[in-house]
Design a protein around this ligand. Structure first.
Ligand code: GRF
Length: 221
């Protein structure tokens, strides 16, 4: 008998458009599992509203400056377990997770980042990419490790930078791609098609030598 798909906790800090893409995928049967809980570190995160509207438990585990990282992470882990989630998707969660949490959830946490990692980890990626005169930009879903935005990449959305692109236009185009690749990767993980073995990304029983690439040009909108 195939085991039941593992349920997901989605961690957010803000607007939650990626969360919305996951909610929509779940509603349309494309996620193959349920979002068990949405957790924000900010009470004002609009994503909490989106979750409640969809009938998903939505809670705030407020973080404060200078708070002990492990203490905070263990509050998170408690809520995740209490809601029966085994997988974690970081969808704009603007907090670094500590080593203990990362080890406990090894191979079970995905993050979405707005750049073609390993290029441009960190913040303000759209501006930095434009300043550097890059030709390509995009987004990456990767497994979370202790190093910020550096875990093994699973899938990327790639777009060609156009003459006249601004940080705003790039943010919009990258978001479109994020909403495609994040639910796809989460569905693979929930169905156990995707895993992390000895630091290597496995998809459908094969090791990925590079992330799956989805191109803006060829992806139907
Ligand atoms: C996304 O661009 C994601 O890549 C980054 O934070 C942003 C979250 O956007 N980590 P939203 O809250 O999902 O709209």
């Amino acid at each position: 008998m195939t085991p039941a798909p593992r349920r997901i906790a989605v961690l957010i800090s803000g607007e939650g458009t990626n969360l919305q893409a996951l909610i929509d995928a779940s509603r349309d049967g494309k996620l193959g599992t349920q979002i068990a809980v949405v957790i924000s570190n900010r009470a004002a995160a609009r994503g909490l509203e989106r979750a409640r509207k969809a009938g998903i438990p939505a809670i705030c585990v407020a973080s404060t400056r200078g708070q002990d990282r492990e203490a905070y992470d263990s509050l998170l882990a408690t809520e995740i377990a209490a809601h029966g989630a085994e997988l974690v998707v970081l969808a704009g969660f603007m907090r670094i997770l500590g080593a203990r949490f990362v080890a406990t959830f090894a191979g079970r946490v995905l993050n979405i980042h707005p750049s073609l990692l390993p290029a441009y980890p960190g913040l303000e990626t759209h501006r930095r990419v434009l300043d550097a005169g890059e030709r390509w930009h995009g987004a990456t879903v990767h497994f979370v490790t202790t190093e910020l935005d550096a875990g093994p990449a699973v899938i990327q959305y790639r777009l060609a930078i156009r003459r006249g692109d601004t940080t705003e236009s790039l943010a919009e185009r990258v978001h479109v791609g994020e909403h495609i690749i994040l639910p796809r990767a989460a569905a693979w993980l929930a169905a156990a098609r995707l895993s992390l073995q000895d630091g290597c990304v496995m998809l459908d029983g094969r090791a990925l030598s590079q992330p799956v690439v989805v191109d803006e040009e060829t992806e139907p909108r």
